[in-house]
Structure formats: C-alpha cells, structure tokens
Design a protein around this ligand. Structure first.
Ligand SMILES: C[S@@+](CC[C@H](N)C(=O)[O-])C[C@H]1O[C@@H](n2cnc3c(N)ncnc32)[C@H](O)[C@@H]1O
Length: 200
C-alpha cells in the first residue's frame, strides 16, 4: 500500500478506536451531549492507583490509558474485580487519545505518574512533557483543571517544573495530593518528587 494511504488509514483506525470507546463506554452512561468532565491518568500502567482513586471518587468518570496491552488488561481485571463501574481503560497513545476524543469531553484532573524519563539528552524530545503537549492539554480542559505529576527521576522533575513555569498554559500550585496510594512503579521507586499545576 502507498505510504501516505497507509499513514492515513492508520490514523483513521486510531481515531475510530477512540471514537468507539467513547460511544460504547461513556456516551451510553450520560443523558445528553452536555459537557462531561473526566479524570484521566496517562500511562496508567497496571492501574493500581486509578482503581483506588475511582473507588474514592464514585461520582467521577475516570479513564486510564497506556500503550502496553498487557498492562491495560491487568488494569481492567482489577476494575472488574472491584466493580469500579465509573472507571474505563483503553490502550491508546496520549496525544491520539486527547486529540481524537469528542468535543464535549473535557479533562478535569490529569494524572501523570512515573512517566518514561528518557534520560539521554538526544531522547528528551520523546518525553511526554513538552510545551506543545501542555498546550494540547489546555485545549481539552476546563478552567479549574489540574495536572498532578510524580517521578523518581530528578532531571525529568526539573524539566517538567521549568516547562510549566515557562508555559503560558499552566501554572504551578501546591494542591493537596488527590490520593496517596501506591502504583506499580511507585512501589519500586520510593524516592520521588511531585508537583501540581492549574490551568493559567
Ligand atoms: C514507567 S511506567 C509507569 C506506570 C504507572 N504510572 C506506575 O506508576 O506504575 C510508564 C507508562 O507510561 C506508558 N506510556 C508511555 N508513553 C505513553 C503515551 N504516549 N501514551 C500513553 N501511555 C504511555 C508506558 O507504556 C508505561 O506503562
């Protein structure tokens, strides 16, 4: 197949998966097409933290996304075991998921815990936190939306802090941590730093 056609069909396929997810999981649970606020964990891994958070926040829709199918399956198994009916998982890339979601969905709290640090300088452009990403998040959030970020990697922590300080889209704040509960990586890496930010 022609490279351009393949790229376009891949994009259409990924867009379709996100669209189907929202139709099947979220739209059927609400009465109207009004604005819906969602709490999103990006890179949710095995879903330990988000399962606990969703139990404490039964009135909120919570979504966890991750690139790795096996992690999403494990997260889903926990959700089913604990009957966390306000919680949903999807295998998806963060930028795709945010870009392709329906317009009436806005992210309320965004959780990013122990993201891949890409320690080598030549790989820093692969880090999730970039000015373009902070701007994308702003476009899909509401006025009170918050970001909660935690990492064991001091250089990535400093990078994220300075990107937020320099960003026109978010400002640092010291919000109470929404829930202290381990994640798979937090258990492995108990020495970490955290920050939170609100939309500017
Ligand atoms: C180091 S793990 C941390 C997992 C979990 N947050 C924890 O604390 O246990 C980082 C996770 O982010 C996921 N990830 C990396 N880039 C991503 C992206 N662009 N979109 C969604 N998930 C991503 C990886 O697949 C991986 O599971």
């Amino acid at each position: 197949m022609d490279f351009l056609l393949k790229t376009l069909s891949d994009k259409k396929e990924r867009e379709g998966r996100v669209d189907t997810f929202f139709k099947n999981e979220i739209s059927v649970r609400v009465d109207s097409s009004d604005q819906i606020n969602i709490d999103l964990e990006i890179g949710c891994g095995h879903g330990h933290w988000l399962n606990a958070y969703s139990q404490n926040n039964r009135g909120s829709f919570c979504i966890g996304i991750d690139l790795i199918s096996k992690r999403i399956r494990k997260a889903q198994t926990k959700k089913d075991r604990y009957q966390n009916n306000n919680l949903f998982f999807l295998k998806a890339d963060a930028i795709d998921f945010i870009s392709y979601k329906p317009n009436n969905i806005l992210f309320n709290n965004i959780f990013i815990f122990f993201p891949d640090p890409w320690p080598k300088r030549k790989h820093h452009r692969r880090r999730l936190i970039q000015f373009s990403f902070l701007n994308l998040l702003k476009l899909h959030t509401n006025r009170n939306s918050k970001i909660f970020f935690r990492t064991d990697h001091q250089d990535y922590f400093n990078w994220t802090k300075s990107h937020i300080e320099l960003s026109k889209d978010w400002k640092l704040n010291e919000f109470e941590w929404p829930l202290e509960h381990g994640s798979y990586f937090q258990e492995l890496l108990p020495d970490y730093s955290s920050l939170s930010a609100i939309r500017a």
